[in-house]
Ligand binder design. Sequence first.
Ligand SMILES: Nc1ncnc2c1ncn2[C@@H]1O[C@H](COP(=O)(O)OP(=O)(O)OP(=O)(O)O)[C@@H](O)[C@H]1O
Length: 639
Amino acid sequence: MARDVSFFDQLGSLLAQEREAEKARLAALAQSLTLHEREEHGLSVLDLESIEEEVGLGGRFLVTLGRADRRPLPTRLHNGDLVAVLPRRAEVKEPARALISRATATRIQLAFDRSPPPYVHEGLLRLDVVPNDVTYDRLRAGLQRIKALDKGAERHKREVVLGNEPPRFDKPREFEPTRPLNPEQQDATARALAAEDFFLVHGPPGTGKSTVLAEVAAQAVADGKRLLCTAASNAAVDHLLDLCLDKGLRAIRVGHPARVAARLQEHTLDIVVESHPDRAVSRDLFDEAFSLLGYARRQRSQGRSRERFANARASTTEAKGMLDEARALERKAVKSVLANADVICVTLSSLDSGVLAGQQFDLALLDEATQATEPLALLGFLRAPRVILAGDPQQLPPTVLSQEAAKAGLGVSLFERLLKDHGDGVKRMLREQYRMNARIMDFPSREMYGGELRAHPSIADRTLDAVLTPGADVDAPPVLYLDTAGKGFDEEVEPTTRSLFNPGEAGLVEARVRALLAAGLAPRELAVITPYSAQAHQLRERIEALSPEVEVDTVDAFQGREKDAIIVSLTRSNSEGQLGFLTDLRRMNVALTRARRHLFVVGDSATLSGHPFYARFVEGTQTHGGYRSAWEWPDAQDT
Ligand SMILES: Nc1ncnc2c1ncn2[C@@H]1O[C@H](COP(=O)(O)OP(=O)(O)OP(=O)(O)O)[C@@H](O)[C@H]1O
């Protein structure tokens, strides 16, 4: 499909639509809520005061807030959130803005780019979460940059992205893998290494998409290439960092340490820079500068006198000079740490946050690419001539709030669009999976992957029995469907969120968790997932009491994860056969492909079976001895 550069403007207007949708959602919530309700919904925090002030990396002003009585704070604010900082009771015309740089149970640390206004140090404060325009601005700027690529190789890149010119490939060369790969993985790695523009690795669940990316990284670095590892989420970037470290590569994670998994924090730029000699000198300079600024403030506030003002002015000038010098040293330290790394790992949205300005790479790896919106993924294309995208278009797409923007194209990832524009020749699908018992794999394979998945013999027959207490008496074939039809377990609507829950089903799930744990299943090898956040909430309350180690989450949050046993609570049960977003089969595909040994699905076949996918699922369990009715299910008696 031929496109001209106005395509990037269209994407820009979809982004604007999405930003409006996000603002409207926050505004609607804010309007309908009192200040205290805002606090309950995590939109405000009240009654805070300044406890501590210091200077962080980049000379940012860090102010730690807490409550006078040290009461725990509502914990819903997150690092990286943008907040407006206001006096608790007075109005101000232009409230100061800051980013949350650390949030603990009792304290919130704010990072101000400029010296904060006096009211921040002086009385009770309130924080309001504000929609963060920074990411949108970066995405829009990225689109403009890619649109402007108009010469030679850069123009070619733009035309490839637009689908107007085919991507080029070098001749695949032989390489010695760092670990045994199956033939599809070997081929995917070779083609990724030979790609001169981009290549797509299609990795259905458990097929070794990460294994391929890790191999590409190791081979590319061995070839002297400088590598960018990126993805939309912090968790995915952490995963890439793990893979690189496993291969012995020198990798640095750029991003706020508080957003990085604890075990990986020592690899963050901020922490590594701390031990650089230039940073030690800059720290001393910052300390000195800030004590001088404090001295100047005291001089000014201790009454009017020419001498005091002169002192204050001189100290301020001296402090500013020191701050400049400190920042320059710090930049030098940062540059040297980055230059020493083979691989930089960073989220797509933080790529343009400053430290990496102007940095180019030889190759970029973009993981979970089918979960990134196209404008976000394009930021990766601006940093490297070659990009390898890994993902699975049969799993969940990017999250987009505006239905119209999603329909008009923002809901389609760059991975999917490139595949559509350039055809199957630009991708390799991995088919052998190393996660699921063959029975668990069969249904999603047939429904979503044209029946092409294979279970590696080492895992094809693994069952739950093997990890339970020997002799434990529990009914646990690889796939078990528990049908609640006719039990009257109707779904209900949670009024504030409009999300659904189903108490009857939750009771069955709780009983099942109890039975599996009693049979000796390790709690960390069991997870309960459901499409609906209200049901997840209900289930979490019940199951936390049994064992806090059993994870309970929405299907969306569990993408990319796996456990020996997974319980799926489908929740929907109504006389109209309404299935809502259960009809998005990509969500169901994720739900049905998380279990290694035992998949337990509970739902109402009377509601579900109007949809052919669910009808076939239920029928399949009947054919293979995995169907049970709640009428004869022993655990149902407990509920
Ligand atoms: N060729 C192989 N031989 C043996 N085991 C393999 C091979 N490739 C991958 N595995 C194993 O399969 C498991 C899944 O691999 P990996 O994590 O790379 O999959 P993935 O496709 O990234 O998974 P996800 O669906 O979570 O994205 C890992 O334990 C990995 O070690």
